[in-house]
Design a binder for this molecule. Structure first.
Ligand code: AMP
Ligand code: ZN
Length: 474
């Protein structure tokens, strides 16, 4: 990295501080990012994909700013219990029962779909995608350190972390520990404190699990939280720059990661905590894999909607704002996205973008767009600037292409290259179009209008230009 490089000021909302802060890297020109990845016991849903699109925009923003990025995203293939804290069954066991497959095949099946959905959404493959089951020794070593330092205790079902040993446990979530204690009604079993969590769970004595390992404490499997701490440490070191996830992870998973990493390593764990707000179904319905009540990217594709229209929809909303999903909203985004692609593709196509010199006026656009991108990743404002510049007659067509290309490196909407989507018109609509043509020829315009209404009702429309009729999908 040349020492003369000037890095732009990037501001990010840090959940730990509850404020937007200027990003200062641990090592100049470098950034380490750990993003909590999927639990592969079911299809990833579009809420999960929103969190991964956010993590992707974050890494691509740093790429754009010329940082050397190391991004790690784990695959949780063991230990995530149905109750995120410590109780319930391992989600993989629930999936085995549901599908009659062994745990390893379940993990493979859903990791493959996750990767497919990432490709369809242009999500950059993280530099490392470690599986929890491939890092059991690191997790055991970390638990041993915690044990040596007196942070653990044993119950009949596992090894637990004693959160009362920390003065500031739960600070990330601003947990009211006294309030939690006062409200303790749940059965804590053998746990000493309500917030204590499992580091290692013992296998049942009367059956054999598909996924289990020997450990100094007995045969069993790791808790979900220790996986992320151990893998983050393995690939990014004990102290790194940014950790991401959805907001649901703040009170338990991320609070526990901080507790065990900082106690095991005697140093600060992460400098910036970033969280994506939830995508819910309109009407306040929470999407959850465990209830089976969720939409996937496949449900979007089945409706013949471009997956990148979903990426566009996510980018139109700031990542810290909750998103209410419904089909109308997605269809409107798909129309907007298609218009944007069409508009960009009417620009001069025979231009070598690398050779375009951007004049002073174009540079002003860069300053404005950079400011919004680097202001806590305001992608909706970046998109608004792109729409504006396309209509700006003071820019040449080549400059417009070059500016769009520059920011599409971050947005990844394929604005200059996306293939025109071929519309597959259903037979029913084709017949209505034919009948409408005949009605028009017979100058029966009332009948022609009625037929057009039927076509619109089926989700298509017609544009009559220069004696030709073009079919548009609504
Ligand atoms: P999971 O597969 O449940 O472990 O979740 C993977 C990632 O998706 C985590 O960062 C979650 O916080 C995030 N997530 C889960 N549900 C949603 C949702 N409805 N909207 C946004 N992010 C979510
Ligand atoms: Zn995690």
């Amino acid at each position: 990295m040349p020492t003369t490089t000037e890095y732009p000021t990037i501001k990010l909302f840090n959940t730990m501080a509850r404020a937007v802060e200027v990003f200062t890297p641990i090592k100049r020109g470098q950034v380490g990012i750990y993003s909590c990845g999927p639990t592969v016991y079911h299809d990833v849903h579009i809420g999960n994909m929103r969190a991964f699109i956010f993590a992707d925009i974050l890494r691509r923003t740093f790429d754009y700013a010329d940082y050397k990025v190391t991004q790690v995203m784990n695959i949780t293939d063991v230990g995530h219990l149905t109750d995120d804290a410590n109780d319930g069954e391992d989600k993989m066991i629930v999936a085995m029962r549901r599908e009659g497959m062994d745990a390893w095949d379940i993990a493979k099946k859903y990791t493959d779909t996750f990767l497919k959905h990432c490709r369809l959404l242009n999500i950059h493959r993280p530099d490392y995608m470690p599986h929890a089951t491939d890092h059991i020794p690191e997790q055991i070593t970390m638990i041993k350190h915690l044990e040596e330092k007196g942070y653990t205790y044993k119950t009949s079902d596992g090894i637990y972390f004693d959160t009362s040993k920390l003065k500031d446990y739960g600070h990330l979530a601003r947990l009211d520990i006294e309030g939690l204690k006062a409200g303790e009604r749940v059965d804590m079993g053998e746990k000493r404190n309500i917030t204590d969590f499992a580091l290692w769970k013992f296998s049942p004595t009367d059956s054999k699990r598909d996924m289990e390992w020997a450990s100094p404490w007995g045969v069993g499997f790791p808790g979900w939280h220790i996986e992320c701490s151990a893998m983050a440490g393995r690939y990014l070191g004990d102290h790194f720059d940014i950790h991401t996830g959805g907001i649901d992870l703040i009170p338990v998973h991320h609070s526990n990661e901080i507790a065990q990493s900082e106690c095991a390593n005697d140093c600060r764990f992460v400098n910036y905590w970033m969280h994506t707000a939830f995508l819910n179904l309109k009407g306040g319905l929470k999407m959850s894999k465990s209830s089976g009540d969720f939409l996937t990217l496949d449900s979007i594709i089945a409706r013949d909607i471009d997956p990148l229209a979903f990426r566009y929809l996510c980018l139109m909303c700031h990542y810290r704002m909750g998103m209410d999903f419904d089909w109308e909203g997605l269809k409107a985004a798909a129309t907007g996205y298609r218009r944007l692609v069409d508009r960009v593709q009417t620009l001069a196509r025979d231009v070598d973008i690398a050779l375009v010199t951007l004049g002073g006026y174009a540079q002003e656009y860069i300053a404005k767009i950079d400011a919004d991108l680097f202001d806590d990743l305001n992608t909706s404002k970046v998109l608004a600037h792109i729409w504006t510049l396309l209509d700006d007659s003071k820019l040449t067509s080549a400059e417009k292409s070059a500016l769009v290309a520059r920011y599409d490196a971050v947005l990844q909407l394929e604005l200059l290259t996306h293939e025109k989507q071929e519309i597959v018109v259903p037979t029913e609509v084709q017949e209505l179009i034919k009948a409408r043509e005949e009605a028009r020829k017979a100058r029966d315009f009332n009948q022609a209008d009625e037929l057009r209404n039927k076509i619109v009702h089926l989700g298509y429309n017609l544009k009559d230009t220069n004696g030709k009729t073009e079919v548009i999908k609504l």
